[in-house]
Design a protein around this ligand. Structure first.
Ligand code: IMP
Ligand code: MG
Length: 174
């Protein structure tokens, strides 16, 4: 028998409304001109697809594939790049898009990587932010929701690659 579906914490309608609002905020806050949206695979693909459609500007879309080493539910902060950007970002305004920031180690690593390539600016957007002490110092410019303290799935987020296609954010027991 399949397991019960994850308990809904944030509905599809709440997500849709918040993502539209984030798109407007991003458009107001980022310097004028074309953007390069950089989605972190795989978790950000659903969020990114909605977010870019809420930002009414000229932009290109790029992807960074990353894999964390070690236990899937605990971030080591050491990430392996499995897919790199296809275009240079020198002189570009970059929006780095993540599904969820937990310890912030992944984001910190990716920011360093992108900064070294000489973009005009980098802003970061995350659908969810777990307020843990380790990530307190990290600047996330645009946050959709403060994440409840649970293991979250859906809307791109997975548990062992499952649940990415759930239209809402849910929690599972770990
Ligand atoms: P960080 O490096 O600790 O900030 O972890 C960030 C990455 O861990 C995210 O991009 C997710 O892939 C994964 N992650 C952290 N918390 C969760 C969760 O609750 N559900 C699913 N993935 C998570
Ligand atoms: Mg991720």
């Amino acid at each position: 028998m399949p397991a019960a579906p994850p308990k809904e914490l944030i509905s599809a309608a709440e997500i849709a409304a918040r993502v539209k609002e984030m798109g407007r905020q991003i458009d107001r806050k980022m310097a004028p001109g074309p953007l390069t949206a950089v989605g972190v695979l795989r978790g950000a693909f659903v969020f990114m697809s909605d977010l870019v459609r809420a930002i009414p500007r000229e932009m290109t879309c790029e992807f960074l594939g990353v894999r964390s080493y070690g236990d899937a539910t605990v971030s080591s902060g050491v990430v392996e790049i499995t897919h790199d950007l296809m275009a240079p970002i020198a002189g570009r305004h970059v929006l780095l898009i993540e599904d969820i920031v937990d310890t912030g180690l992944t984001l910190r690593y990716l920011l360093e990587l992108l900064h070294a390539r000489g973009p005009a600016s980098i802003h970061t957007a995350a659908l969810l932010h777990k307020k843990v002490p380790q990530s307190a110092a990290l600047k996330v410019d645009f946050v959709g929701f403060e994440a409840p303290n649970a293991f979250l799935v859906g809307y791109g987020l997975d548990a062992a690659q499952l649940y990415r296609n759930l239209p809402y954010i849910g929690a599972i027991e770990t």
